[in-house]
Every structure is written in structure tokens, then in C-alpha cells.
Design a protein around this ligand. Sequence first.
Ligand code: ADP
Ligand code: MG
Length: 504
Amino acid sequence: MNYSSAVSPPFTELFVHIFQAFLHYRLTKMAQGILEEVLMNTALVEDLAEVAKDEALLQGVVMRTRETPNSSELVTYTPLTLFPTSVPKAVFLQALAVQTHYNTLVDRISQDSDFLKEALASTIEVDDFTARLFRIYQQILKEGRSQSIVLGLNRSDYMLDQRDDGTSSLKQIEINTIAACFGGLSSRTPDVHRHVLKVAGRLEESQHILDNNPAAGLAQGIAKAWELYGSERAVIVFLVEENPEIFDHRYVEKELWKRNIRSIRRRFDDVSRTGSLDQDKRLFIDGLEVAVVYFRTGFMPQNYTTEQSWDVRLMMECSRAVKCPDISTHLAGTKKVQQVLARPGVLEKFFPDQPQAVELIRATFAGLYTLDMGPEGDKTVAMALAEPDRFVLKPQREGGGNNIYGSEICQVLEAVKDSTERTAYILMDKIHPAPVHNYLLRRDAPLKMSTCLSELGVFGAYVRRGEDMVMNECVGHLLRTKSSEHSDGGVAAGVAVLDNPLLI
Ligand code: ADP
Ligand code: MG
């Protein structure tokens, strides 16, 4: 099944309804069939696991190993599930449909300095990292932006909250406006699961795994920004960390090379040594003019190993290169902004004439609560202390493993509840997806059936020049699955693994 055919509207409604009902019945049976018959057949599972690992290597679902993290001498498959995971088609399509509105929302927030200042005022009092980013933002506001081209590449992440009646509703976990990853590798996983299902004798299900190619869409955005920048010689810089998920980047690079656009890879350190601005604020690195800086690092404090890293961030921000993201778009993706957006009337302000967009976005919000000083924040504290298991406590951090759950929420809140330190966090309703059984394939881990939870990500790409949105698209998806033993942590953190939705 290809991406556009899954997204396009029906042509004869009655026929489609009947067909969908039939398909739903068939696929539900099939998905259950996998569980009942294949999942329990140990010998078959062991065979399929080998098939899946080999196919992952054949398809390029690969990563470097810890033995050679900085070279591709030793590579292994990227951890992935043995089987795809059933996802209700209606909820999947809802996530795709809301993406362009999320793109617009992030872009509008990034242009609203009054909003960003007010939303982040309490956070930057106590959170040094956000404060540091905010200082760069203020400097840009003072000096004025030197580039009117904006490139946004984001990924909105969701879990499917299980309702009492057995249906599920799409709830946003967060939106990543910087360094959203796995758009490359996720373009190669569909063929792995198709192959596994075929070998398992599940030909029909194998045809219900969607094509997916976020890397192409992300590169399309980068290429558009490069074209608007308007210099044939200028390059794209991938700003990277020490041991990056390199193959994931390579897919995006390859898509750029297909268009004869040159990209280079540099760390903060490299740019610190060889980067500079000319009189017109054009950014040069190693003598090459830079059209677009694509941040694949810079989202957490540890990425800024020296003061020079911060100087580089500021220099890039001041330059005429297109930044993906620029500092205001980075700040628009903070968890504090997410919480403020959930307040009554805030979305309406960003979509004054588009009640439908407001409705679509708001439908994906889980409960989000302020911890600002004052009666409302006090109420949040009391609520969390009374029933900590209902919530997740989140600091302003990215990259997995930072959230606080259960009794630890009480420990943390008891310690900070009477001081402004509490405003470094937000509180969120905990989402409860339906657990399913699967096998998580990971090097060095024994093959065993796990109870799993999944998270669906949707990639968005947009380009604006001045007032004109010249591109605004949903460009693909990502399904990640983890054992339900872990409440937090992504693929990079070694907890979640790559997966594919099997639409039912
Ligand atoms: P990060 O920026 O570190 O990725 P997230 O908000 O995405 O932070 O949270 C990390 C992980 O914690 C998610 O991938 C998800 O597994 C879990 N998580 C986050 N928020 C919730 C929530 N409201 N309910 C249940 N699990 C959550
Ligand atoms: Mg996340």
C-alpha cells in the first residue's frame, strides 16, 4: 500500500464504508492471527528473528556499534520489532491530517515574541538551558533577523490512549522542533516487516504495510530552502554530535545529492575553528558558503561541551544561513510552550479564522498543567501529590530519560513545591496505550516475548519566505515500540525500537 492512497479521500462513500468494514474485520482477525499462531510458535519466531535481522541489514536499517562508534567498520541492525504493530487506520489518518496545522502553529508561535516571552518567563528564571537559548533569542530580536527564509522540520509524537469502550484516542506526547530523528531509517523498515510477514506465510498482511519515506520529504524542505537562498555553490551543513546515528542522516544526505546539493557534516568544535561571517553576514565554513544549517544536535545541555559551542550557535543564528530550526522555532518546541498552548483560548489566538484547525489540534491534547507560582500551580501540586500515578512530571529536556513518574513525582515535588524551582517542570496526564505482545530484536539481548507500548511520530516539513508559506507538508511517519517495563526513553537511549504500523 502506498502513502498517498492511504491518505486520499474516498471516492464512493458507501462502497468505501462496506469495504472498510470488511477490511477492518479481516485485518483485526489477521493481527490477532499473528498473535495467536506465530507469536507462540517458538521455533518459527527464532527463524523469523534471523530472517528479520538479515533483511534489516540488506535494507540498510543499520547502525554503528559501540566498538567503532566513529567509523562504519563494524555495523549492526538498528533495534526493531519482529512484527509490525496494529494501529487503527482512522487514528493514523487523524495524525497525518493534523500535521500541516501543527506546522503552521509552530511557525506562528516562532513569530510571536510577546507570546514566547510570556510563556517562558517563569521557566527561564530557573532553567539554565532554556534561559541560555532565550538569551540568544533576545539578542536576535534586538539585532533583527538577517534571513527571511524559515525552514521547519519537526516530528509530532503521539500515543493512543485507550478508552474504556475499547477504542483509542490520539494524544500528543510532544512535538520535536529540533533534530527530529529516524526519518531516514524509517524509510527502510517497511520492507523488513513485509518480508518477515511473507516468510511467516502472511502475504495479505504484508501488503498492508505502508510505504514511508520521511527522508525524501525532509530533504525536499531543505532543498527548497537552499534554492530560495539562491547560491548554486552554497552547501548544507549537518551540525552533528560526536557519535551520531549516522545512517539515519545519510538517507537525508543521499536525497540531497540526488538533487546535486552538496552537504557537509560538522560539529560545534569544527565550526568554532573554521567558521566565520562575512560583511553581509554570510556564513562560511572551511571556505564554503552555507545556505542551510540543519541541526542534528544542540537540543540538550550536553551538546554544548564548551563555551565556544554557544558562541557558534549565536554566530549561526546571526548569520544569513537558513537555520533549521531557528532559535525561536527551537523555543516553540519546549514542553512549557506545549503546556501553555493547552490553556483555554490560546490556540484560537493563533488560528483566529480557522476553528477547524483549532479543533483538530486540540483533540490531540492530553491534560497539561502549569506549575507556575500561584493558586493554579498550587492546585497542580496538590493534584499530583494525591495521585502521582495519573501523571508524568516533565522538565524542559529532550532526548529521553528525563521524565519523572510515580512515587518519584512526590519526592521531587515535595522538595520544590514551595520554591520557584517547581516552574522548571510541567505536569501532564499519563497516557495509557493498549499493551500488545511482540519481540524486540536487539543485539546482545535474548529473544523473548515482551509486553509493548508504541508511540507514533508524524514528520512535518515547511518553508516560509517572508509572509509566503511556500511548502507545508506531512512527509511521513515513525512507529517506535518499547517494553512496557520502561516508562521513558527513545531508540537512541536503547529503550524503544523501530516498528511499522499495520493499519486495521
Ligand atoms: P523527550 O523530549 O525526552 O523525548 P517526551 O515527552 O517525548 O520527552 O517523553 C519521553 C518518553 O516518555 C516518551 O517517548 C514516552 O514513552 C514517555 N511519555 C512522555 N509523556 C508521556 C505521557 N504523558 N504518558 C505516557 N508516557 C509518556
Ligand atoms: Mg520524545
